[in-house]
Design a protein around this ligand. Structure first.
Ligand code: GLV
Length: 334
């Protein structure tokens, strides 16, 4: 990299295929390299890719800490293609003077929709019924087959009432569900009123929720926020929905609770150690499973890519937010 002249364009590396038309917005200003597969790179491969880059756009599969950026002397920004950023050691980036951005806000509505899809799917046993149908078991329509549970009048609990949690709460009005939530600090009163949600402590949330949706980030504090002890506080008729991050739930404890019917059901989009799953989850019929797709609509994944591109452009004085990257998580480095 020492041989590059001052007139060379800065370099951007994109760790995965995304939307070429969106990435093309970088091309007037940067020399762009895009990985053409979704293969997960190991730490030393990742470090080698980052060396010599001025900016990178990465995803959750890319774990980036001090070691990975050790040789990346020119790197000014790591733009994450996700709202959650537990894959990035932000303190290490700050220490190295590297900005980190995420894709907050543009995915709130898609993720909230998907949380409801999971909630309703679990309540109505949709995926188990479909597996049964596809397996050729549907020979007669039985009046009492596949009975699910209504959601109207049931209590929706939300753990982690940020922007996504609030978007989930807003939708509860139409389903006639009262909403309780727990956050480290309660929301301002007008925000609570707007989403008709009541703050409770965590034990109350666990004990009173009929459907408990997790919408909090994974941090060292929230790892296994739902473990055996928390599951034991939930109603045996309750269902747990995780659209947040694997690792917030102790999947082994959850699988045991579902197996023993100490918990009626679950719907999970994220897993500890994904794309691997705890094998017991695959054997249970009272859990809806999906492969981390809560934000996966064409519109939203395109918007996430566009926001990552805007952050990179802005960092180098270009684009609609020139000089003011919109989603910097460690603004102290700017
Ligand atoms: C996806 O999991 C995200 O954090 O955006």
């Amino acid at each position: 990299t020492g041989t590059r002249s001052m007139t060379d364009k800065p370099r951007v590396w994109v760790s995965r295929p995304t939307f070429p038309g969106v990435i093309a917005r970088l091309e007037p200003h940067f020399e762009v390299t895009v990985e053409d597969t979704e293969r997960k790179l190991g730490p030393s491969e990742l470090a080698a890719r980052l060396a010599g880059q001025d900016a990178v756009i990465v995803g959750l599969k890319d774990r980036i800490g001090a070691a990975e950026v050790g040789a990346a002397e020119r790197l000014r920004i790591v733009a994450n293609l996700a709202v959650g950023y537990d894959n990035i050691d932000v303190d290490a980036m700050s220490a190295a003077g590297i900005a980190v951005s995420n894709t907050a806000d543009v995915l709130n509505e898609s993720v909230a929709d998907y949380a409801w899809a999971l909630l309703l799917g679990a309540a109505r046993r949709m995926t188990a019924a479909e597996r049964w149908l596809r397996a050729g078991h549907w020979h007669a329509t039985e009046f009492k087959a596949w009975l699910g549970t209504d959601v109207r009048g049931r209590t929706l609990g939300i753990l982690g009432m940020g922007r996504i949690g609030q978007a989930i709460a807003h939708r509860a009005v139409g389903f006639g569900m009262p909403v309780i939530y727990h956050n480290r600090s309660p929301l301002p009163e007008e925000v609570e009123r707007a989403c008709r949600a009541r703050h409770v402590d965590k034990a109350q949330l666990l004990g009173e929720s009929d459907f408990l949706v997790l919408a909090l980030p994974l941090t060292p504090r929230t790892r296994h926020a739902i473990g055996a002890a928390e599951l034991a506080l939930m109603k045996p008729t309750a269902m747990l929905i995780n659209i947040a991050r694997g690792g917030i739930v102790d999947d082994a404890a959850l699988a045991a609770a579902l197996r023993d019917r100490r918990l009626a059901g679950a719907a999970l989009d994220v897993f500890e150690g994904e794309p691997k799953l705890h094998p017991a989850l695959l054997t249970l019929d009272n859990v809806v499973l999906s492969p981390h797709i809560a934000s996966a609509t064409t519109e939203t994944r395109r918007a996430m890519t566009s926001l990552a591109v805007d952050n990179v452009l802005a960092m180098f004085g270009h684009g609609p937010h020139a000089g003011r990257p919109p989603n910097i998580l460690n603004p102290n480095v700017l």
